[in-house]
Design a protein around this ligand. Structure first.
Ligand SMILES: [Cu+2]
Length: 348
């Protein structure tokens, strides 16, 4: 289609069409839920422990809700056009206030009412169509990492109240990202306009408990330094609400570092080593590690399983960053079928 660029509200994208798009949103949600269900069925071998979600704040609706980021993948609305699979995603930029701790609230820009934005997921070779509607008060854009024509690069401003369509082929497979590319980009990213973009390989990876972790920072006083850090939007959330996983089950972490102002951070997992798939662009791991260094926008797939039940922290090994919010823990739940003796038991 020829009009794959920023569209003025006045000309190609009428208010009626936008209203229609908004109304169609309910259908999209239903289709997405169905796809989640189908996906869950195809991976029924994977077991997910029940988790109790504690709301990050008392607010009735909070844009930062790490529970909804953790295992939630947006597969879009699937269509067939001229024999090709089209995955259509709808992203609306808005504004929210999040509570960083009991005393500090902060204005952010959200995508579909959340920070980070939805984790979009396609298969290599799909045609991806992203309908972007900007209601966030300033000009924004969506720039996708991956391979696409220049006019799809998402660096042109989409003014408030306007919409844009980005369309390109999903390639190459890997774990990627998208973010706003309006200057100052540091600020537009740090205030929330980013998300993960996963492209699955033609032959799916083996079943695993798949988890998205996005490391981000908050510069609340505009001094180009971060005062708070978080996994999936909310400082310290996974320390207070450990991510429950099953013992001996393969865990596949999709990890993205989108912390602005700090040149690089590490990701460290306690009491274990993980297989590293750099940028998710290999099907076999390149090496094992328990600490990996990640520059800004760098991302990887990390795979592991835990041998012993218990709680294990994960965090950047820059401990000041961890102590200011970028810290969490896994709670490994014993799988009775595969239960093994712990070291404590073996000493008895
Ligand atoms: Cu922006």
């Amino acid at each position: 289609m020829p009009n794959n660029f920023a569209l003025g509200q006045e000309n190609l994208w009428s208010r009626r069409q936008l209203l229609k798009l908004g109304l169609a949103g309910a259908g999209v949600t239903g289709a997405t839920a169905l796809l989640h269900m189908l996906n869950a069925q195809s991976k029924s071998i994977v077991k997910i422990p029940p988790m109790e979600a504690i709301a990050p704040t008392n607010a009735p609706k909070n844009a930062a809700n790490p529970m909804q980021v953790l295992r939630n993948f947006d597969y879009g609305t699937v269509k067939k056009e001229n024999g090709r699979t089209i995955r259509e995603f709808r992203l609306t930029a808005g504004t929210s206030i999040i509570q960083l701790n009991s005393a500090v609230s902060y204005n952010i820009w959200d995508l579909n009412g959340r920070i980070p934005g939805p984790t979009l997921r396609a298969k290599q070779g799909d045609r991806v169509r992203v309908l972007f509607y900007n209601q966030a008060g300033h000009s924004h854009s969506l720039h996708f990492h991956g391979v696409h024509p220049a006019e799809m690069d998402g660096v042109r401003p989409v003014s408030n109240g306007s919409a844009a369509i980005y369309e390109f082929d999903a390639e190459p497979y890997g774990v990627h990202l998208y973010h706003c590319h309006i200057e100052p980009v540091t600020r537009h990213i740090a205030k929330g306009l980013y998300g993960m973009f996963i492209i699955d390989p033609p032959k799916p990876r083996p079943p695993a408990d798949e988890i998205a972790l996005i490391m981000a920072g908050y510069d609340i006083n505009d001094d180009n330094r971060n005062e708070f850090y978080a996994f999936n939007g909310q400082p310290h959330y996974y320390m207070d609400n450990p991510i429950r996983i099953y013992q001996n089950q393969l865990i596949r972490l999709y990890v993205l570092n989108i912390i602005e102002f700090d040149p690089a951070v590490t990701f460290h997992l306690h009491a274990n080593f993980f297989n590293v798939y750099p940028t998710g662009m290999t099907l076999t791991p390149t090496h094992k590690a328990d600490v990996i260094t990640m520059g800004v926008a760098e991302r990887h797939i990390l795979e592991f399983s835990f041998r012993y039940p218990g709680k294990y922290m994960f965090h950047p090994h820059q401990d000041a960053i961890a102590e200011n919010g970028c810290m969490g823990q896994f709670e490994v739940v014993a799988d009775s079928k595969n239960a093994i003796s712990t070291p404590k038991n073996s000493l008895q």
